[in-house]
Ligand binder design. Sequence first.
Ligand SMILES: [Zn+2]
Length: 532
Amino acid sequence: MNCMAVEAEGRIAVVDCGVMFPNESIGVDVIVPDLTWLVERKEQVGAIYVTHGHEDHIGALPQLLRRVKAPVYVAPFARALLEARLREAGIAADLRTVRPGEVRGAGADSPISAEFIAVTHSIPDACALAISTPQGVLLHSGDFKIDEAPVGGWKMDLARIGALGRAGVRLLLSDSTNSERPGTSLSESAVGVALDQAFENAQGRIFAACFASNVHRIQQVADAARGLGRRLALLGRSMESNVRLAMELGYLKLAGWQLCSLEEARRLPPRELCVLTTGTQGEPRSALARLARGEHPELSLSPGDLVVLSSRFIPGNEVAIGQVVNELTRLGAEVAYEDLRPLHVSGHAHEAEQRRLIALARPEHFVPVHGEFRQLARHAAHAAKEGVAHRHLIVDGEVLELSDAGARVLEERLPVGRVYAERDASGAEIGELVVKDRRLLAESGLCIVVVAVDRASGAVVRGPEIFARGVAGFEGCEDALRGEALRALDELSGPARENQGEVQEALRLAVRRWFRRVGGRKPSVLPVVLEL
Ligand SMILES: [Zn+2]
C-alpha cells in the first residue's frame, strides 16, 4: 500500500499508489490507502510518478485517478499493466511514458521534477526516482535489488546514482524489505539453473507457479521447458493477460512453436507439456488451488506430475499455501519449492546491496521505507554504519520537513488509514463498520428476534420468533430464549412499550443476557419489531 507525497511551495507530486490484500476472509478484495489528504488538495497535485508495476505500487491508482486528475509518469511495462486496470474500471487518465534518464516536471508552475533511473527488481522496467526540489535532491530507490546478471531488461544504473551522490543527495528513501537478510541477494539468473535441474527428470506434466508480473521468471520457465521440448500452456487470467502484454511489448521471447492452447495441452503427452500457473500464495480461487482440489475445468493433475512453486511464501499465507501443497501431494504430484535449490530469488536488496546504495548516494538524511517497522529500524542501523548522520524512522502519516534549518518530523500527523474496497468496475468502498460487522458475525454469529405488537396498545400479537445463524448452543433452546424475550417485554412499562426503540433494546438485552448466562457467548442480536 505504498503511497508518498512530496510537497514544495504549495505544489504536490505523488510517488506510487498501491493496494494491499487482506489476509482474513471478510469478503474484501483489496485494501487501499485513505486518499483524503490528496483529494482535498487535488488542485495542487501536478504529477504522479510510478516506480514500477507491482500491485502494492499501482493497485490503488484507479481510486486516486477517479478523484485527482494529474498526469501519470510511468515506464512502459507498468504503463501497460495500469492501462488494463484503468480500462476495467472505466477511468480515463493522462498516462505519459517515461524511460530511464528522462526528467519530468510536476506541472508548469511546480518546483518539483523527477528523473527516472533504471533499477533491477522482480518485474521489468522498475525505476528509482531522483526528485529535484528547492531543498535538494530526494532519491527514492523504489523496490530494487542490485542484480549483476539480470535475465532481461535493464541493469541498475549505479553510475548515475554515484554521480548524484557526488553532486549531493539531500535525502535517500530506500527499500527495507530484506534489511534483515545479510549479504547479497542471488541473481535472477540463478533461478534458471535451478529450474533446469528441477525439470530435468520430470516424467509427467510440469506445472510451474510464479507471479504473473515476474516476466523474467516466466521467461526462464519457458526456456527450461523449451530445452526439454515441452510446450507451454497458461492457466489463470492474470497469467494469460500478462504473458500476452509482455510478448507484445517484447519483454518476453517465446519460440514460435511453444505456446499452446489448453485444448492442445489436454491432448499432448505429459512429457511434452509445461503449464505456467498463478496461485503461488494459496489463493483459494487461483488456478493452482483449483487444480489441487481437482476442480479446474480445463486441466487435472495426475500422479507423477511435477509442481514447482517458483515463489516466496509471503508471511501470513503459509497456512493457505501449505494446504495447497498438501492437496497437490495427495493427488500424487511431486511438489518442489525453494529448498536447497534457488527455485526463487527475492526481488529486494539484502543488507550488502542496501549499504552499497547508501554508500553510492551518500545522503545527508535517510528514511527507510517499504517494510515492517523492525525492518525499517534495521535498515536505519545499516545507514548508521555507512556514516549517514541523520536517520529518520517515520511511520505512515508522519511528515518529514526539510528546510534550510535542517530536517524534522512534524508534530501533526496526516490522516492515513485503510479503506476496504471491491475490485470491480465500481471500486466501491466497503465501510469500516461493515468490515467490523463481518468480523463480529464470523466470530459469534447472528441472532434475529422478531416480534409483532399491536400499534395502539403495544401488546404482543405474535412472537417473539427467534432465528439464528452460526450461533453455537442455539439449537433446542428456542423456547427458553422466547421465554426470556417475553419476560423482558412484560417488564416494560406502558409508555416504554409504545416506543419501538425501547422494545428493540429490551429484546436485544434479554437475548444477550440469556446467552451470557448459559455459556458466555456474545452473538450479534438484531431485534425486529413489527407494528400491526
Ligand atoms: Zn515491487
